[in-house]
Ligand binder design. Structure first.
Ligand code: PHB
Length: 391
């Protein structure tokens, strides 16, 4: 096990693994430390929408072979309200762009396989990670593994350890500014063994609450229902989930296919940004510094975009001590992050049932907004451009 590395990466989610691979391609040494075991992170069901730029990067990095084979390329989504579907044709509105549906855990599996093939270190089940002296020229990561204490000397530390990670918290008080909105609802998500009921995603606005039809493969459907943020799963036996999904998606001539539910979970919706995304030689990326509500399908894409900038910055620094991109890291990423926050908030407030809307004011605004998006080419183009990803 290395005792020193150029970049110590905390977290083997998409951000940490993409960073590790980009650094590898530049000949830069890194060690990735992951708290969970391999099986857990390969099975954890998360989002599944890759922007064109994300899919292109994975292909360029040489880890997109299965993605290219199994990923489902979509050129539009449906917005459904009042029982009527309206297609937003991404390709037509964005000059041919689209999205790829490919589960985050599949991306993670491919990246882990690629990492192991490089022979570079990826340590699972690492405990009690402590970043130290990150504001000096020689930061360290201390941690425990198999009961033994270890110390890893680093030139830089990348905190890719998610919202509940330890890296953000090692920045001294008063340096980071936090901005947050917690939405008064969550999503109950299921994975069902049944072919998707539509070729494309359906974002459905309904008086009973928002619902989303998505998929993972020609045999697996992913569905979500707006629920309370702390909704107890025990209250949702399979029959109730299907009944509610049928009620929200109801549309003449269309029916939702049912199949065995193989995964169930509740996710709260929140917006969160901590800035700056850097302190000394600690660079934070992905969910460790920003969370977007899932309605815009941006979380994974933002994480990948962060580490793309970070890898470029580190590569310049290691090749000729040019720190210009590292210095600009936080500012460059935050522009994209706030744009995605805006889009995700916009989708969220347009599509969800708002609590405490006694006189229906919000509901009427939402209807006006939805009608605008599906009847104005300019408004539909704004949605399409944001959805497929800017820049
Ligand atoms: C998903 O397929 O999991 C998914 C799709 C679109 C979203 C969120 C999640 O906006």
């Amino acid at each position: 096990m290395s005792e020193r590395t150029q970049v110590g990466i905390v977290g083997a989610g998409p951000a940490g693994l993409v960073l590790g691979h980009l650094l590898h391609l530049q000949g830069i040494h890194s060690v990735i430390l992951e708290h969970r075991d391999r099986e857990y992170i390969e099975k954890r069901v998360r989002a599944g929408v890759l922007e064109q730029g994300t899919a292109d990067l994975l292909l360029e990095m040489g880890v997109g072979e299965r993605l290219e084979r199994e990923g489902l390329v979509h050129h539009g989504v449906e917005l459904r309200f009042d029982g009527v579907g309206h297609r937003i044709p991404f390709d037509e509105l964005t000059g041919g762009k689209g999205i790829t549906i490919y589960g985050q855990q599949e991306v993670v599996k491919d990246l882990i396989a690629a990492r192991l093939e490089t022979g570079r270190e990826l340590l699972f089940e690492v405990e009690d990670v402590r970043p130290e002296d990150v504001d000096s020229d020689s930061p360290r990561l201390r941690f425990r593994r198999d009961g033994d204490e270890h110390e890893l000397q680093c030139d830089f530390v990348a905190g890719c350890d998610g919202f509940h990670g330890v890296c953000r918290d090692c920045v001294p008080d008063g340096i980071l500014t936090y901005r947050e909105r917690v939405y008064p609802f969550g999503w109950l998500g299921i994975l069902a063994e049944v072919e998707p009921s539509s070729d494309e995603l359906i974002y459905c606005h309904h008086a009973r609450g928002f619902a989303l039809h998505s998929m993972r493969s020609p045999e697996l459907t992913r569905l979500y229902l707006q629920c309370e943020p702390d909704e107890p799963l025990e209250d949702w036996p399979d029959e109730r989930i299907w009944r509610e999904l049928h009620a929200r998606f109801e549309s003449p001539g269309w029916s939702l296919k049912e199949g065995p539910i193989i995964e169930k979970g509740v996710t709260p919706l929140r917006s969160f940004v901590a800035e700056p995304m850097q302190h000394g030689r600690l660079f934070l990326a992905g969910d460790a510094v920003h969370i977007v509500p899932a309605t815009g399908a941006k979380g994974l894409n933002l994480a990948v975009a962060d580490v793309r900038v970070l890898a470029e910055g580190l590569s310049r620094w290691f090749s000729n001590r040019d720190d210009s991109v590292l210095k600009a890291y936080s500012g460059r990423c935050l522009g994209r992050v706030w744009h995605a926050q805006y889009f995700a908030w916009w989708m969220t407030q347009m599509l969800h049932r708002m609590p405490d809307d006694e006189d229906g004011f919000q509901a009427h605004l939402q209807r006006a907004q939805l009608n605008h998006v599906v009847s104005s080419r300019a408004a539909a183009t704004a949605l399409a451009e944001n959805y497929v990803g800017v820049g």
